[in-house]
Design a protein around this ligand. Structure first.
Ligand code: PMP
Ligand code: GLN
Length: 386
């Protein structure tokens, strides 16, 4: 194995899901829903499979899906992208992120990201031979995760190539505020850096968030330097389909496509028309999806609090983080490794998503994209910890 990949072991999600299977624990670790997405989408996929859409589709994605992605971004964010040249379909957001970094970074270039960060970021940055410059998010006094603006400013320098921004943010549930986004935008422009935005949770921002989700690309001066990434996995509860996309100005999208064609070449043909159907669903689908997830969030936050956790109510995503100190936990990794034996529940330590393990030492993440009865069972088990 090459040196640049040696620091990366098995992903924490695979480790914790295997632990859940082995111990029969309730799995609130890896974030995947336990119910299927919209029936219209599933029917369209079945129809495409039976209808013979089973050979290589076009490299950038089928036209119907690229059009649907463009229409969706116009409908929800007022963003205009040309389906021919400004949108590329990828194998989930994961491939879009990897291809973007590989397309834009020379060895030694720096990538700024907020830690804790989604685990593929560090690996994609390493594959490109680039260097990550983390800026730390910590729980603030009001229970929201915040960063020090001076630390963000200090992270920028002559080697900065791009900022990788995930909002709504996994694992913290943070939704970046307009002021925070304005600072990111200002610094990108000051340092002539690109932005790659991971917006896979764009439809999971709850009404009590400090601010709605605003794509960085909508800020003045940002569209031309931003690759905006999203995916069907979260919004349509089909994480196993791996259909994602990147949108941006033609030169950036064509750079992504150049790399993507040698990573996967093209993506699952029969799933693409189905995701196009899902993206065109009426607004009610999106509001009900978000409202259902808000109810589950409230159920899990209340249950965790009752079980003695110091739970932080997330503004977005389907994850809640909690400090385990009050339950006698000193280390999230130890806590999560022993949790299945202690009470039959799996969670994920957020420490592994920080370069500075101290910053996340006592934090663990629970996923609430599960049926209410599953959450009830998890909470019943967690109460035994007290
Ligand atoms: N980014 C974030 C923040 C995520 O939580 C996920 C979840 N899996 C991904 C990217 C990957 O998305 P996909 O499954 O579409 O590759
Ligand atoms: N995005 C999901 C999570 O954060 C799953 C990621 C994965 O399994 N690679 O849990």
């Amino acid at each position: 194995l090459v040196a640049r990949m040696r620091p990366f072991g098995t992903t924490i999600f695979a480790e914790m899901s295997a632990l859940a299977v082995r111990t029969g624990a309730v799995n609130l670790g890896q974030g995947f829903p336990d119910s299927d997405g919209p029936p219209e989408m599933l029917a369209a996929a079945a129809e495409a499979l039976r209808g013979g859409q089973n050979q290589y589709p076009p490299g950038p994605g089928i036209p119907a899906l690229r059009r649907a992605v463009a229409d969706h971004q116009r409908r929800f964010h007022g963003l205009e992208y040309d389906p021919d040249g400004e949108i590329v379909v990828t194998a989930g957001a994961t491939e879009a992120i990897a291809a973007s970094i590989l397309a834009l970074c020379e060895p030694g270039d720096e990538v700024i990201c907020f830690e804790p960060y989604y685990d593929s970021y560090a690996a994609s940055i390493a594959l490109a031979g680039a260097v990550r410059r983390p800026v730390t998010l910590r729980p603030g006094d009001d229970g929201r995760y915040v960063f020090d603006p001076a630390a963000l400013r200090a992270a920028f320098g002559p080697q900065t190539r791009l900022v990788l921004l995930n909002s709504p943010h996994n694992p913290t549930g943070k939704v970046f505020t307009p002021d925070e986004l304005a600072l990111v935008a200002e610094l990108c422009q000051e340092h002539d850096a690109y932005a790659v935005t991971d917006e896979v949770y764009e439809h999971l921002v709850f009404p009590d968030a400090a601010a709605p989700h605003v794509p960085l690309a909508t800020l003045p001066g940002m569209r031309e330097r931003t690759l905006r990434i999203s995916s069907a996995g979260k919004t349509f509860s089909c994480t196993g389909w791996k259909v994602g996309w990147a949108s941006g100005p033609a030169p950036l999208v064509s750079a992504v496509l150049r790399v993507k064609q040698f990573l996967t070449f093209v993506n699952a043909a029969p799933l693409q028309p189905a995701v196009a159907v899902a993206l065109a669903l009426p607004d009610a689908y999106f509001t009900e999806f978000q409202e259902g997830m808000r109810r589950r969030r409230d159920q899990l936050v209340a249950g965790l609090t009752d079980a003695g956790f110091d739970a932080l109510t997330p503004e977005g995503t389907y994850f809640v983080t909690a400090d385990v100190t009050a339950l006698g936990g000193r280390d999230g990794v130890e806590f999560c490794r022993s949790l299945p034996e202690r009470c039959g529940v799996v969670a994920v330590p957020t420490q592994v998503f920080y370069d500075d393990p101290e910053a996340g030492r006592r934090l663990v993440r629970f996923a609430f994209c599960k049926r209410p009865d599953v959450l009830t069972e998890a909470v019943t088990r967690l109460r035994q910890l007290k």
